[in-house]
Design a protein around this ligand. Structure first.
Ligand code: GRF
Length: 202
């Protein structure tokens, strides 16, 4: 299966995915990395790994849907079967979701449905929760809302800062995202309403 990874930032999750593909843990090819930020470190990581990249600037498109149509065109050219959002700081249009329904996944740095939005780690820390951690989920029309694939709960320590918590959450992201992608690629995820069943046995 060909997969595409969409990133806007540092791309540490992209790196974990690249490493997992290279080691054979994820039996798929990263056919394309798309970024809306031309200076994203993620693009460097992709280039270093010999992965094709595409940079799209939102200023070049009239509407979100026009932007997404261009992304779709490129995904189709690469015959992409799974779209992986890894720190992609744009909401996908309903058109995009429709086109890749149940084939788009995202990672969020909090235990959904808590702390949706762009500050999942800071918000959890400030709220005072005792556990938090990353969530991998399917993407639907609403923000951080689709069926949950994997979550990992971590204890929040009394002396945690945003930085220390982020480091631990990211550490877990780099394990559960490759795991979720592997499960998807191997056809082991079954969506039933809001629930995602994992077929663990052959
Ligand atoms: C991660 O914290 C992820 O949970 C969120 O965006 C961040 C991406 O980090 N969706 P990176 O670019 O993979 O380092």
């Amino acid at each position: 299966m060909n997969i595409a990874v969409l990133c806007s930032g540092s791309g540490t999750n992209l790196q974990a995915i690249i490493d997992s593909v290279n080691s054979g843990y994820i039996p798929a090819k990263i056919a394309l990395v798309v970024s809306d930020k031309k200076n994203a470190l993620a693009l460097e990581r992709a280039k270093k790994a010999g992965v094709r990249t595409l940079i799209l600037d939102k200023k070049d498109f009239k509407t979100r849907e026009d932007f997404d149509r261009e992304v779709i065109k490129n995904l189709k050219e690469q015959n992409v079967g799974l779209v992986v959002l890894a720190g992609f700081m744009r909401l996908m249009s309903p058109h995009f979701i429709k086109e890749y329904r149940n084939k788009i996944i995202n990672i969020h740095p909090a235990l959904l449905p808590s702390f949706k939005g762009t500050n999942g780690i800071k918000d959890a820390l400030e709220y005072g929760v005792k556990v938090t951690g990353p969530t991998v989920h399917f993407v639907d029309e609403k923000l951080d809302n689709g069926p949950i694939i994997l979550q990992k709960a971590l204890e929040v320590r009394d002396d945690d800062t945003e930085e220390s918590l982020l480091e631990r959450v990211h550490g877990e992201e780099h394990k559960i995202y490759p795991e979720a992608i592997r499960l998807f690629v191997e056809g082991k995820l079954k969506i039933e309403g809001r629930r995602v069943k994992i077929i663990r046995k052959e």
